[in-house]
Design a protein around this ligand. Structure first.
Ligand code: HPA
Length: 272
């Protein structure tokens, strides 16, 4: 694994002169932010050695390097989900590569089902913490001390200073922003009403099928993390309705401009 990470990082380094310190992983249907990146240099995943090859979707995604406001950033458009059949090592490989490239801060977005009764469809939830319910841990197996400690500390998985900055940005722009705990599950089924209820009882505010593995690996490598969920459907007792991938995509598209604005302003504002 170490050789693969080095090889991939060397390839990207050979293509990109001014390496960013900040990366952003864009959730499915939340890729609009890339339109705000200036002076883009794009590398399709299929050209990157050792990157997982997309089998399920027709498009496999790309890395985009460029300027967002006053920062150099690297954006990952298209991520690898555990439910697609990738191993946890594959799902989190891009984060390992980010670390090897010198990325210090990782921003991440996803769409999720709201299980907090105060939430509405289209809300943006700042992730304050997560509950990992994936059936396999991305750090299971031999630990490489070069990558991080055997028993990583997780008391502040999501950076408090970035959470505070995000609320300032929301206030300045008059955007409703909520916060809460993200429950990460493997999917690909959406939840039954009993499962939504259970996830709320154990302390969740939103549930989704991504993010947690990448955040764990980012924290293993001591990167600072900020995450948001776009609430695309509700799993609240009494009002659980049928949800489909199409509805999730539609709701994500509607809320996307708000999310893009918050991410963009936050990235502009924070101190690298
Ligand atoms: N559950 C799990 N994942 C999701 C949901 C949901 O309700 N909505 C979007 N991603």
């Amino acid at each position: 694994m170490l050789d693969k990470i080095k090889q991939t990082a060397a390839y990207i380094n050979s293509k990109v002169a001014d390496m960013p310190k900040t990366a952003i992983i864009l959730g499915t249907g939340l890729g609009e932010l890339v339109n705000h990146i200036e002076n883009q240099y794009v590398i399709p995943y299929e050209e990157i050695p050792n990157f997982p090859v997309s089998t399920v979707e027709g498009h496999s995604g790309k890395l985009i390097f460029g300027n967002l406001g006053n920062k150099r950033i690297m954006a990952m458009q298209g991520r690898f989900h555990f439910y697609e059949g990738y191993s946890m090592q594959q799902v989190t490989f891009p984060v390992r590569v980010m670390k090897a490239l010198g990325i210090k801060t990782m921003f991440v977005s996803n769409s999720a089902g709201g299980i907090n009764p105060n939430f509405k469809i289209g809300d943006i939830m700042v992730i304050t913490d997560h509950i990992n319910l994936f059936p396999e841990h991305p750090l299971r197996g031999k630990n490489y001390n070069e990558l991080g400690p055997r028993f990583p500390e997780m008391s502040e998985a999501y950076s408090h200073r970035l959470i505070n900055d995000a609320f300032k940005v929301a206030e300045e722009n008059n955007i409703r922003l909520v916060k809460g705990v993200y429950v990460g599950t493997q999917g690909p089924t959406f939840e039954t009403p009993a499962e939504y209820k259970y996830f709320h009882i154990i302390g969740g505010d939103a549930v989704g099928m991504s993010t947690v593995p990448e955040v764990i690996v980012a924290r293993h490598g001591d990167m600072e993390v900020f995450g948001v969920s776009v609430i695309t459907d509700l799993g609240i007792e009494g009002i659980v309705e049928k949800v489909s991938h199409e509805e999730v995509q539609k709701a994500a598209a509607m809320a996307q401009p708000k999310m893009t604005l918050i991410m963009k302003e936050l990235i502009n504002k924070f101190e690298e």
